[in-house]
Design a protein around this ligand. Sequence first.
Ligand code: GLC
Length: 427
Amino acid sequence: MNKRTKWFEEARFGMFIHWGVYSSIGRGEWVRSIERISDEDYQPYVEGFQPASFDASSMAKLAKKAGIQYAVFTAKHHDGYCLFDTEYTTYSSAHYCNRDFVREYVEAFRNEGIRIGLYYSLIDWHHPDFPHYGDRNHPDRDNEAFKNYRYDFSNYLKYMHGQIRELCTNYGKIDILWTDYSYDDLKCEAWHGTELVNMIRSLQPDIILNNRLEASGEGFGSLITSHPNITSGDFVSPEQIIPPQGIRNENGEHVPWEACITMNRNWGYHKEDHDYKSSLLLIRKLVECVSKDGNMILNIGPDGDGNIPEEAVKRLTDIGRWMEKNSESIYACGYSGLPKPENGRITRKKNTYYYHIFEPDVGAIPLYGVQKNQIDEIRLLYDGKIIDVSDTWITNNYPDIVFADLGSSPDLPDPIDTVIKVTCKGD
Ligand code: GLC
């Protein structure tokens, strides 16, 4: 395991926080692009963004209870509005709200012992020197008034590099920088990526970077090749999907990855989007990521006033209740080396296998892959109870399979995911 990403691959479970001026409109973080909202039509929202309810401390406590180990907060999203105090622009919460929300987030989450990540959009629909007409995403991409608009991209690069320097200098230790995202010709050295990464790593030697200086949600970039570039990043960031086989490079070696997943369908707050995934599904998807040697970062999108939607609070609370009893089957766990069983998934930590049972059975529970003579102890994480290996005429017909006898009830102790911890002898 790469020294730099060791903590990350042990943390396994992160929280994404998408929040900004777009949250006050309530139609997702791409509203400016989708609805082609001009800079001047967006300005009333910028001035009207005066969030009274944003409370980083209660957000951090909620994250802690949910078992979150690291968080990533949007310091600047594609709309270009900065949630931090920056000398490069007054298009910021420091100017309009007299608040540095990045600092509030950093202090509150660090106070809860949660590692600090910052999201910074490479895309900037407000900056005068970012491509407008003809760009793939810009709100003025097909606005004829901008057809002959002239801009100097080198000015934007100085601005972008300068702001990332500020974020890597003014807020103490930053554990993750989550840049977003590259597309068409805008990748790698178009961002002056080598110079940027060297600067970041000189200021924050232990920081880990995602792969989006080269790629986007679906692309993986050079990190999965046998010769990664300096701009490759340290982990791959599959979006709204769990890689079916995990992620390996051309040499078949494991590559750190993090699936970024929304609870509903939007990253930024969307007042009409109530399509929330169930707590059961989110817990089982976290288990799936870990069983494939990956992380899951789960998104919340607070509203324009800074309130976290009730549906999101409920899911984080449910996840926390499950993690309270079962987090040892997540943290510092990974791929078991065993085939996926039909009744759930398996995670592993050294000589311990965690069988995640998602569906009950008609009798004893088969624990495929482990041999009876290897077993030191079998225990339920749900209540710590020691579990016997089934020894009846029924299961003895299958001497090569270990069956866990969970007792007479046809129901699993935890219908979401009952974890059976199998500690094996030696390594
Ligand atoms: C995509 C979206 C962006 C979001 C990111 C999160 O890049 O464009 O809005 O912040 O995914 O992964």
